[in-house]
Design a protein around this ligand. Structure first.
Ligand code: SF4
Ligand SMILES: [Zn+2]
Ligand SMILES: [Zn+2]
Length: 309
């Protein structure tokens, strides 16, 4: 017999495992948006007059993020949304994702700001990987550092108060567990700073989808027919994260709620260790003036490595 929706009597089309709710399309969309609103309020992510930068990759997470923020923003007319994309220069991947990002942004009557590695650093990620020489560092280790800097530059160009990214519950739970398994609990604190404790020189970042599972996000994007690009990055090879993802995926399947419990453990660790990270520990990079914990920031180290700057 077909299931009926737990919220109304319409036929259910989706079962949200961690809340044990069978949902019709209307209630799936309504309750998903409600979850995001609750996360935003509970974690005090936005203020009513914010200029909000929205980091759009062209993938499903950021498509859902922008669509939901656009909906919520209708209730807060003094806040504005400013979507942007970082183009790392990955042929056959980011160029395709950019098409999906443009299509979504246009459909919401917004405009897309694009910042490229080529503009900022003089190199595409493809050329960095091609010319990386003997170090043979993984592509993601260059990409992660450079993209973090690029997001901050894009945010400054747009003059936004805060940047929202599309990290979902699965991403966040994996990151918490990876940091615990590596013995790096302080990293949980550094990557979970509440908005008001952001480091000088960095525009604060928030993750409104952090309590929404990837499965919910896929269902939401599917039922609203949002344009997104679903091909994995050709350089994606984080074996450690893949192992943790597989483990947490199994646990969530057997014991729904494991991902949320892991996220909440990360919150508790961040809260109890936060005083050990004094803001005064920050230096400024001797080359570019960006905040850093060492003498030279990681971006300048990479640029030095790849072209001797
Ligand atoms: S998978 Fe690695 S190289 Fe590809 S976009 Fe992500 S961080 Fe960059
Ligand atoms: Zn319903
Ligand atoms: Zn620097």
């Amino acid at each position: 017999m077909a299931l009926t929706c737990s919220k109304c009597d319409a036929p259910a089309i989706y079962f949200r495992r961690y809340t044990s709710e069978a949902l019709c399309k209307t209630c799936l969309i309504r309750t998903t948006q409600r979850r995001v609103r609750l996360t935003i309020n509970k974690r005090k992510m936005f203020r009513e007059t914010d200029r909000i930068g929205v980091a759009i990759s062209g993938g499903k997470d950021s498509a859902v993020l922008l669509q939901i923020l656009h909906d919520i923003e209708a209730d807060f007319p003094r806040a504005t949304l400013h979507p942007f994309t970082i183009d790392e220069g990955i042929q056959g991947y980011r160029d395709k994702a950019l098409e999906a990002a443009r299509s979504l942004v246009n459909s919401l009557d917004l405009s897309l700001h694009v910042v490229s590695f080529k503009q900022l650093f003089g190199h595409t990620l493809d050329s960095i990987v091609h010319n990386r020489g003997e170090t043979r560092r993984g592509a993601c280790s260059y990409c992660g550092v450079l993209r973090r800097h690029a997001i901050n530059e894009a945010a400054k160009e747009l003059g936004v108060d805060v940047v929202a990214t599309g990290h979902n519950l699965d991403d966040e739970a994996q990151t918490v567990l990876m940091n615990i398994l590596r013995g790096d609990a302080m990293r949980i604190v550094r990557t979970n700073r509440p908005r008001e404790l952001s480091v000088d020189g960095f525009i604060p970042r928030v993750k409104p989808l952090m309590e929404l599972s990837e499965r919910d996000i896929v269902a939401y994007a599917h039922f609203l027919d949002l344009p997104f690009h679903d091909i994995p990055c050709p350089y994606a090879s984080d074996a450690y994260r893949n192992d943790v993802r597989a483990f947490l995926g199994q646990m969530e399947y057997k014991r729904p709620g494991t991902l949320l419990a892991t996220l909440h453990s990360g919150d508790a660790i961040a809260a109890s260790l936060s005083e050990q990270i004094a803001p005064g520990l920050q230096n400024t990079c001797a080359r570019c003036g960006s905040p850093t914990t060492g003498r030279i920031c990681k971006v300048c180290q990479i640029l030095e490595e790849i072209d001797g700057r």
